[in-house]
Design a protein around this ligand. Structure first.
Ligand code: FMN
Length: 182
């Protein structure tokens, strides 16, 4: 297959996940790794499978990615898989984590699902993990979202580790699962 792994990444977290996916895709396929900022919608028709990644911004895919996906034609021949890094906790930990995730990161996967339905895209699956926030975003989270000292200390100690080795391994497993499905 001809595969494109593309990523919108401002501080490198989503790029790390893209590199892990690309490494797996390259093992048995013709895979290209490309910064989303250098990609045009017309190029998509050159690929059988596209892994489209984005940092989570404002609780959804980053605005340039949202604008880009609007332009994908209906019923393209490509298959699509999505991946995202977000600084919110994953939902599995506790009710509080689930609540934060729901408010600040859950829309990303829903956007891919909507795209699948609206554009009739053969959508194969989704991966996400935490990614350390930039300093301004860290400041926003501390001031507006996780304000209590104890909760903040626990949160910041965790988020700075991501993406970690387990995230990278999970991204590689995800890539393999998607390839197997195709
Ligand atoms: C402008 C902006 C808005 C963000 N909004 C969110 C958000 O709503 N929810 C969230 O979980 N993370 C948010 N983040 C944090 C990023 O999603 C997270 O740090 C991500 O791993 C960054 O990926 P990158 O290094 O590939 O750019 C935001 C980051 C920026 C720069």
């Amino acid at each position: 297959m001809k595969i494109l792994v593309t990523y919108y990444s401002e501080t490198g977290n989503t790029k790390k996940i893209a590199e892990a996916i690309h490494e797996i895709a390259l093992q048995n396929h013709d895979s290209i790794l490309k910064n989303f900022k250098e990609l045009s919608v017309d190029e998509l028709e050159n690929y059988d499978l596209v892994f489209l990644g984005s940092a989570c911004h404002h609780a959804n895919l980053a605005p340039p990615v949202l604008r880009f996906v609007e332009k994908i034609p209906v019923s393209p021949k490509l298959k699509l898989a999505g991946f995202v890094t977000h600084s919110t906790y994953p939902p599995e930990g506790s009710d509080r984590h689930a609540e934060l995730f729901e408010q600040w990161a859950s829309k990303c996967s829903k956007t891919y699902k909507t795209l699948q339905n609206e554009k009739n895209i053969d959508y194969k699956g989704y991966f996400r993990c935490m990614g350390v926030p930039s300093k301004p975003i860290e400041g926003f989270i501390h001031a507006q979202i996780i304000t209590e000292d104890e909760e903040w200390a626990e949160y910041i100690a965790e988020v700075v580790k991501h993406p970690d080795e387990t995230d990278i391994e999970n991204a590689k497993k995800f890539a393999q699962e998607i390839l197997d499905k195709c």
